[in-house]
Write a protein that binds this ligand. Structure first.
Ligand code: UGA
Length: 472
C-alpha cells in the first residue's frame, strides 16, 4: 500500500520506517526542510536503537523516501498518517494546531479519496473534529475522506521493537472499509513478515498480540488512559519510597513483592526522580484538562502530577543535606536524557536538577552517552565530558540522573579515588547501597533507609579504601 507519514518526529520516523520494512511504499514529509534534507542524506536526526540501519536498508530498496513536497506526499498516498507533535499549551491542554494545519493541507491537496489516520496523541473527540475540518476544506467536488485513530504505544529507546512486536494494535474506526484497509497495513506485523533488526532472525515466540477494533473516541482515550496510568503507577511507587524512608523499609523489597502479584505487575514501579519525557508529563496534563472540560473530577491525576514535581525538590534537598552548602561545590552528573537509550531531554528531570544547582552556584560537570549535545544547547555553562570518569574528578558529589545500565558497571574504585569527597546521590536507585558503602562512598538514594545502610556497612578491608562515611 502507498502510505504517507506527515511529520518526521520520533513517531513518524519509526512508524514510517517499520511500515516500509513491512513491505509498504512509504513517503515521509515534514514542514522542516532541513530535517528532510538531513534524512535524504541518510542521517537519522534522533537516537533510536536499530532505526538508522533499517531506515538505510528501506531507502535503498526504495520502499522508503523523504520529500519536502507535502502536496505530492498527499496525492500519491492511499493512507495518510498524521504524526505531528501535540505539545502542551500554557494551560496544559494539547496544542492541536499542527493537526489542524495538516488537516487543511490534506483537504485542499488531495485529488482522490484517502484514509487519514490520526497517529499523534490527541484528546478524545479530536477525530471527530478532524473529520469536520477535512470535510469543510476539501476541494469542490473533490476527494472524500475516511478517518481513523491508531494510537501508538512506542517507548523511546525500544520503539523499533515495540512497533514490530507490539502487545496490542488499536484501530479506532467508523466503517468496515477503513477497518479492512488498516488490517491490511498491519497484516505483515501480525504475520511477522519483516526482517527484525532487533533479534536478527531469532525473534522470541510471538506474544499474544491483540488487534482491537474500537470507536475513534475509545482509541483516543485508550492512549491517554494508558500513559496516565503509567504515570500514576510511578508516582505511587515514589510515595511508597518516601514512606519506606520514614518507616525503615526498603522500596526495592516492597515493589518486588508487589510486582509479583499479576494484578499489579513488576514494571513501572521504579522509584526515584520521577517521570519525564515528551509523553507522560504532557499526556497526564492533557488528560486532566479533558476530564475538567468534561466535568469529571479526576483529581487523582493531579495528585500524581504533583507527586512527580515534588521529586525534584526532594532530590535537591538530599543533595543540600549531604553537602550543607551547595554554592561553589563541584558536582558531577551522570545521565541527562529523560531515560536510558535515548538522546531526548524534553521534560527530563535532569534539566530541573541542573537549573537548581546552577542557581545555587554549583559548578557542574556532566556526562551522558547520547544527550550531551542537546543539553549543552540549554546549559552552556555546564562542562561536558566524553568520558564518565572525568565528571568525578575532584567532585564533592556525584549525581545519577538517568538509569543508563552502563553506569552500574563503572569502575567505582577508580571513581572513589578521583572524587574530592566520595558522595553519591543516586536519583534512579541504580546502584546497590551495600556495594557502594563497601566501596567507601557516602550513598543516598530513594526509599532505602539509613538504618539498613548502617547495618550493612562493611569497613575498609573489603574494598581497600578508608571509608569516608557509612551513613546515608
Ligand atoms: C511512554 C509510554 O511508556 C509509551 O507506552 C508511549 O507510547 C509513549 O510514552 C508515548 O506516548 O509516545 P516514553 O515516553 O518513551 O514512553 O518513556 P517511558 O518508558 O514511559 O518512561 C517515562 C519516564 O518515566 C522516564 O523518565 C522514566 O525514567 C520514568 N520511569 C519509568 C520511572 O521513573 N519509573 C519507572 O518505573 C518507569
Amino acid at each position: 500500500m502507498r502510505i504517507s507519514m506527515i511529520g518526521c518526529g520520533h513517531v513518524g520516523l519509526v512508524t514510517g520506517t517499520c511500515l516500509a520494512e513491512a513491505g509498504h511504499r512509504v513517503v515521509c514529509t515534514d514542514n522542516d526542510p532541513e530535517r528532510i534534507a538531513t534524512l535524504k542524506a541518510g542521517v537519522v536526526p534522533i537516537y533510536e536503537p536499530h532505526l538508522d540501519a533499517m531506515l538505510a536498508a528501506n531507502c535503498r530498496s526504495q520502499n522508503l523516501s523523504f520529500t519536502s513536497n507535502a502536496a505530492e506526499a498527499v496525492r500519491t498516498a492511499d493512507a495518510i498518517f498524521i504524526c505531528v507533535g501535540t505539545p502542551p499549551l500554557e494551560n496544559g491542554e494539547a496544542d492541536l494546531s499542527a493537526i489542524d494545519d495538516v488537516a487543511r493541507m490534506v483537504a485542499s491537496e488531495a485529488l482522490a479519496s484517502k484514509l487519514v489516520v490520526e497517529k499523534s496523541t490527541v484528546p478524545a473527540q479530536t477525530g471527530q473534529q478532524l473529520k469536520r475540518v477535512l470535510e469543510v476544506y476539501r476541494r469542490e467536488g473533490g476527494a472524500k475522506f475516511r478517518v481513523a485513530s491508531n494510537p501508538e504505544f512506542l517507548r523511546e529507546g525500544t520503539a523499533v521493537e515495540d512497533f514490530l512486536h507490539p502487545d496490542r494494535i488499536v484501530l479506532g474506526v467508523e466503517d468496515e472499509a477503513t477497518e479492512r484497509q488498516l488490517r491490511e497495513i498491519y497484516r505483515p506485523i501480525l504475520e511477522r513478515r519483516f526482517r527484525c533488526p532487533v533479534h536478527l532472525g531469532a525473534c522470541p515466540p510471538a506474544k499474544s498480540l491483540e488487534l482491537l477494533i474500537t470507536t475513534m473516541n475509545s482509541a483516543e482515550l485508550i492512549k491517554h488512559a494508558s500513559n496516565s496510568f503509567l504515570a500514576m503507577k510511578i508516582s505511587y511507587a515514589n510515595m511508597i519510597a518516601d514512606l519506606c524512608e520514614k518507616v525503615g523499609a526498603d522500596i526495592k523489597e516492597v515493589t518486588r513483592a508487589m510486582g509479583l502479584d499479576p494484578r499489579i505487575g513488576p514494571r513501572f514501579l521504579d522509584a526515584g526522580l520521577g517521570f519525564g519525557g515528551f509523553c507522560l508529563p504532557k499526556d497526564i496534563q492533557a488528560f486532566i484538562r479533558l476530564a475538567e472540560r468534561s466535568g469529571v473530577d479526576f483529581s487523582m491525576l493531579k495528585e500524581a502530577e504533583r507527586v512527580n514535581k515534588r521529586r525534584i525538590d526532594l532530590f535537591v534537598e538530599k543533595i543540600r543535606q549531604a553537602l550543607w552548602v551547595v554554592k561553589d561545590k563541584q558536582i558531577g552528573v551522570l545521565g541527562l536524557a529523560f531515560k536510558a537509550n535515548t538522546d531526548d531531554i524534553r521534560f527530563a528531570p535532569s534539566l530541573d536538577v541542573l537549573r537548581r544547582l546552577i542557581a545555587e552556584g554549583a559548578h557542574v560537570r556532566a556526562y551522558d552517552q547520547e544527550a550531551m549535545d542537546k543539553t549543552s544547547a540549554v546549559f552552556p555553562q555546564v562542562r561536558y565530558f566524553r568520558e564518565p570518569y572525568e565528571v568525578a574528578r575532584n567532585a564533592d558529589a556525584l549525581l545519577i540522573l538517568t538509569e543508563w545500565p552502563e553506569f552500574r558497571s563503572l569502575d567505582w574504585e577508580r571513581i572513589h579515588g578521583m572524587m574530592g569527597r566520595p558522595l553519591i546521590v543516586d536519583g534512579r536507585n541504580l546502584l546497590e547501597p551495600k556495594v557502594m558503602v563497601e566501596h567507601g562512598f557516602e550513598y543516598y538514594s530513594f526509599g532505602r533507609p539509613e538504618e539498613s545502610l548502617a547495618t550493612q556497612f562493611v569497613p575498609a578491608q573489603v574494598s581497600g579504601f578508608s571509608s569516608a562515611g557509612a551513613s546515608a
